[in-house]
Design a protein around this ligand. Structure first.
Ligand code: PLP
Ligand code: ZN
Length: 417
């Protein structure tokens, strides 16, 4: 008898609830609401026990019944299960009881959490029979689609704002993709991609197969719960661009609770965006449910520079419903956040990580995160991809000739400095 491998039943509109088959579609034909994957939790519960999960290899696919592919994983089989690090030095610096760093800077293969969503998206794209995959990206998604498409033997087209960091551009080109830089903002890139998607039969990972793609983010939260010893944290701080990751973390915690894998615990889910592009945080601070899009993002945090976030409305709802809040540090604080994490914990994060650290500092100082609680920081991308952000902020090496005397002079000077 063939083992059952498909545990999702289809798609469902998040607004009106209308059901759809699990096809490459993302919008409800009746109310234009976004579509979401529906699972058969009764079938999953007896299979996906703690013992079953713990017996599987340390990748995000240990939760495969909760991820929307039909057969076995074909793209990104090694993604996930990144370290959850107890960050005591950072906790002391921030003045809070317990800090954990979920370190997706070492995710495989392209050093960001986007490898999670791409693994699901490309595995599902292959099941649909596509041979060309595509995306609109602020950088990390570009890296991941290019790498994973290369290893899967798929052709890829990738669209980015032309002014991305050189590390993100080179870290895409190296995989031999078709990279198109657009003179414009991410939102303009995305709009163009919707038009291209209407004309060509490609799997646009964050457009027509977005419902499948977005589910990959849940694995970050499943791992956190398991790595905390099958517990949910008091607080979690999540970087936001389109606002998808934060809503999927909420969904994942709810699913684990529903399946009895963790006990019910009220985690406050907080959001982080940079000051120069913070439509979701502005709405949270103003107490409104509707965000105002940012026309021209102006920040060094290019990975989070989405002015019109597709899941913005749901991200605001997640934050408010869970009792969370949000913060939007300025570029200088982003740099300070990158340095604080590096100096305290030896983790070099990209600008999105600096945004999370500084947002957390503000949330603790304002009392939104209580000093006697635990907090998990979602650190989603590696610092070598955005190294120009800290150029000129870390000093320079002291250079000497290869001479013991010169070294001792240098030591003596340091002592007197
Ligand atoms: C490093 C990093 N963190 C967080 C995010 C936010 O993801 P989302 O668009 O799901 O809000 C992104 C998105 O590009 C990213 O690149
Ligand atoms: Zn609908």
């Amino acid at each position: 008898m063939k083992t059952k491998t498909r545990f999702f039943t289809g798609l469902k509109c998040r607004e009106c609830g209308k059901a759809y088959p699990p096809d490459p579609i993302h919008v409800c034909g009746f109310c234009f609401g976004p579509l979401e994957i529906n699972y058969d939790y009764e079938a999953i519960q007896p299979i996906l026990t703690r013992a079953c999960i713990e017996s599987r290899p340390p990748t995000m696919w240990r939760y495969r019944e909760l991820l929307p592919i039909e057969g076995e994983v074909t793209v990104g089989a090694y993604v996930g299960y990144t370290p959850l690090m107890k960050a005591d030095r950072l906790a002391k610096q921030l003045g809070v009881r317990e800090v954990w760093v979920k370190n997706d800077t070492v995710n495989y293969p392209t050093l960001s959490f986007k490898d999670r969503v791409v693994s699901v998206a490309l595995s599902r794209a292959k099941e649909f029979g596509y041979d060309i995959v595509a995306c609109a990206s602020t950088g990390n998604l570009a890296n991941s689609v290019a790498a994973n498409a290369a290893s899967a033997g798929l052709k890829s087209y990738i669209f980015i704002p032309a002014d991305l960091e050189p590390g993100k551009v080179l870290g895409t080109l190296v995989y031999g993709t078709n990279l198109v830089g657009i003179h414009g903002t991410y939102d303009q890139v995305n709009r163009l991609c919707s038009e291209i998607g209407g004309r060509y039969k490609w799997a646009f990972v964050n457009i027509n197969i977005r419902p499948f793609y977005a589910e990959g983010s849940k694995a970050m939260a499943y791992e956190i719960a398991e790595q905390l010893g099958w517990k949910l944290p008091d607080n979690i701080v999540v970087p936001m661009a389109g606002g998808s990751l934060i809503t999927k973390i909420d969904k994942a915690f709810k699913e684990f609770t529903k399946l009895g894998l963790v006990s019910e615990h009220p985690t406050k889910i907080h959001g982080a965006q940079p000051e120069g592009c913070s439509p979701i945080i502005n709405a949270v601070k103003e107490g409104t449910e509707i965000f105002r899009p940012v026309g021209k993002p102006d920040t060094i945090v290019k990975s989070l520079a989405i002015g019109n976030p597709a899941d913005g409305y749901y991200a605001i709802n997640t934050i408010n419903r869970t009792g969370g809040y949000g913060e939007n540090p300025c570029d200088q604080e982003v740099v300070e956040g990158i340095k604080m994490l590096a100096e305290c914990e030896g983790v070099f994060a990209e600008t999105a990580g600096g945004t999370v650290v500084s947002a957390t500092r503000r949330l603790i100082e304002s009392g939104k995160i209580s000093r006697d609680e635990s907090v998990v920081l979602c650190i989603t991308g590696h610092g070598l991809k955005t190294k120009e952000a800290v150029d000129g902020h870390c000093g320079a090496p002291q250079t000497i000739n290869p001479s013991l005397n010169e070294f001792e002079e240098l030591l003596a000077q340091a002592k007197h400095a």
